[in-house]
Design a protein around this ligand. Structure first.
Ligand code: ATP
Length: 235
């Protein structure tokens, strides 16, 4: 579904991605783990189109994604749940979700998607008319995931959903994503510093360090790899 080939990208004077190749098959859950500054967020921004690729290619459902402007990409079925949630604080919970539903598919499937979102996150129904800025960090993250789901995506890209959250809250978010994937037949691409949770949820994983993929494999291969166990799982 998503074929990222040899992508190089960065900022003035910084090479953030240095020849990154990642494959995500339809229906798969793929996690990318790595330390601060490894390039995880930059990779998502290149997929979303907010940072240009300097070289390499990305195909999504067979289309040359890098030729498609950023504002069209959500309409292809790509939902980017950004780092730091970025909900609209002065809009209500429901209006944030409705904004997520601005794609054709999101508008068409609003009722069904809203039902899924409030089943996964009942608190969002309770807080439906409350301003998003008054929610706790965990609730804002639920809203950010819900807003992504409201666009009726085929792939949900989550950038460090656990950031700044207590472990129990982060676990609840991971569980909801796993459940959403089951209900909606979603493909999930997750980047995370919390390697244990990210690798335990995935089918395939990649380890990104200083802009390069240093390891990749099936979940069981990575969880039993000595380098991963020492560097990321604290074993
Ligand atoms: P984090 O977990 O801290 O978000 P990350 O793995 O997502 O880390 P990126 O945010 O993609 O990493 O950063 C990769 C590299 O690019 C780092 O060296 C970072 O300092 C640099 N970088 C990121 N954003 C910018 C920017 N807007 N301008 C200049 N350099 C940047």
């Amino acid at each position: 579904m998503l074929e990222i080939d040899n992508i190089t990208a960065g900022y003035e004077g910084v090479i953030a991605l240095n020849g990154v190749t990642v494959r995500v098959d339809e229906g798969e859950f793929v996690s990318i783990v790595g330390p601060n500054g490894a390039g995880k967020t930059t990779l998502f921004k290149v997929i979303a189109g907010t940072v240009p690729a300097r070289s390499g290619s990305i195909r999504f459902k067979g289309e040359d994604l890098l030729k498609i402007p950023a504002h069209r990409r959500p309409h292809l079925g790509i939902a980017h749940v950004p780092e730091g949630r970025q909900v609209f604080p002065s809009l209500t919970v429901e209006d944030n979700l409705r904004l997520g539903a601005y794609t054709d598919a999101g508008r068409r499937d609003w009722d069904e998607n809203f039902e899924t979102i409030i089943t996964l996150f009942p608190i969002l129904k309770e807080r439906r008319r409350q301003l998003a800025g008054t929610l706790s960090g965990g609730q804002q993250q639920m809203l950010a995931v819900g807003r992504g789901l409201a666009s009726s995506p085929s792939i949900l890209m989550l950038d460090e959903p656990s950031m700044g959250l207590a472990p129990a809250v982060a676990d609840a978010i991971f569980e909801s994503v796993v459940e959403a994937r089951k209900r909606r037949n979603l493909t999930v691409l997750l980047v995370e510093q919390r390697a244990v949770e990210a690798l335990e949820s995935c089918d395939h994983g990649y380890v990104l360090e200083t802009g390069r993929v240093v390891l990749s494999g099936r979940q069981s291969e990575l969880l039993s790899d000595d380098r991963v166990r020492q560097a990321y799982l604290g074993m």
